[in-house]
Design a protein around this ligand. Sequence first.
Ligand code: FAD
Length: 512
Amino acid sequence: MLLTDPRVRAAYAEGAGIYRIIPSAVAIPKSTDEVVQLVRQAAESRLALIPRGAGSGMPGGNVGAGVIVDMSAGFSKLSIDGSRRVARAGASVTWAAVNDAAKPHGLRLPPDPSSGAFATSGGMVSTNAAGPRSVRYGSVRKWVEALEIVAADGSIRMLESGAGSRGRFTLTPDSRLLISSSYPKTRKNSSGYALNHFAESGDELDLFIGAEGTLGIVTEVDWRLDTIPAGVAGAALGFADLDSMTEAVPYLISLKPSAVELLDETLLRLLPEAPKVACLLLVEFERESAVAARGVVGDAVRGLKHSAVHVETAVSRAGLEQLWNIRRQASPALARLPPTQRSLQVIEDGCVPLDALGAYVAGLRESATQRGIPVVIFGHAGDGHVHVNALPDVTRAGWHESLRGLFNDVTDLLARLGGVPAGEHGVGRLRAGVLERFYGKDIVELFRAVKRAYDPLSILNPGVIIPANDWSPVAALKVGADAAAIPDDIAGKLRDVERSAAWATPKLELTR
Ligand SMILES: Cc1cc2nc3c(=O)[nH]c(=O)nc-3n(C[C@H](O)[C@H](O)[C@H](O)COP(=O)(O)OP(=O)(O)OC[C@H]3O[C@@H](n4cnc5c(N)ncnc54)[C@H](O)[C@@H]3O)c2cc1C
């Protein structure tokens, strides 16, 4: 059951993100019973298990030195119950597959990760994934009805919304007070166990959503679905400076948009067809009719006529697709960068309260300049949540230290602005050691208590969320002279996967 061939282990040494860590073995279970056997074996011999979907997660929760458990293929059952509006999906089923099957019923899973073509149900639940439309519909947490999991003791359990925690983990009144005062007030958060949601619902389901494979292995997800709205329209709004953009966002939010996406000038300047503005907001409105959607776009444009310096509108789905096309040019533009300039995700997922968005973007630009590392900034402005790709020249002496400096600067900046280090990608190995900066010692102690309650032997993804004793964020990199040695052909294929976002490729194919 455990594959130990060095080429297979090499093929699983990387995910999206910065790390290359060669696992000791790989398991590719085909059934829940096989997962149970694996977990029992791991508990007996104290093996670390690293659950993994497509491997598209960025902060290193999908790589590690233990046994990779590849859940991306064996759990592909999918059924739609149109009358109950529920999709029952195996852990391997992608967001795109759920939506393709739901569409004939007039239904969809509203949060829309850009990685939906390959992100698996198990991976999305475990990172509390989100997307542009999360500004209106929230992260996937809101859309999970139930999970089937294999727990750390090898039992198969159903975790259902409304079912409580059956006493496995409870909070004292003092802990509840602490949680309500310590959690940052951001619109999105995938940074550690969601004790705030657990305090409200009492459901252990809320602890497992976003747990990054550290509490159990997800084998099946019941997704709640929503009706596809009939009317859609939108606009592209350009601003001459960050302040005008930051002021526009709350106004747009008051109009209940389904997406408010930012393209900052750091990205726009790489896109030949982009308007020459300091930042561009792409806005989408969904309504029950086309007329209503068109009407609200008119309200948006009228309300911002004094601050927007560039305005384009679209009143149909096709027109909107065209308007948003500019966003799709970002990945090819990054792929055209010279091979010495790598796109590395170390500060890629910070989220701040909405009123701090301008200060956050300005701080990011400043720190990047000071550290001599170009960055591109884009993402979910309506949630105060922006992605940042750091683009160091990895042939420049000292780039590694500069990258570490950038990580530290941006962590400080986020903490100062009342933000969180991850809005949707999770903590992984990268950010495990900084959580105390955001929540304080006592909340991190509660995180440890959650881990002990569900995985007392720490066999499930150790080092993720709860930091390893030798935690070092910008280490074990896939680039640079110190990268772990793997066969050249596999390194090349992993690089191709990353460049073309071919995360759906079965990893065993890379060994052939
Ligand atoms: C080009 C690109 C665009 C992206 N866009 C978005 C976006 O718009 N929104 C967004 O939220 N994310 C985005 N991501 C990040 C990533 O796609 C998501 O985090 C996704 O949810 C990960 O799914 P996965 O199947 O690849 O999981 P993996 O990367 O394999 O795993 C992610 C985490 O989940 C755990 N895990 C995976 N499967 C299971 C399971 N069955 N049981 C228990 N734990 C499990 C792993 O241990 C790991 O900690 C993007 C990534 C890329 C490369």
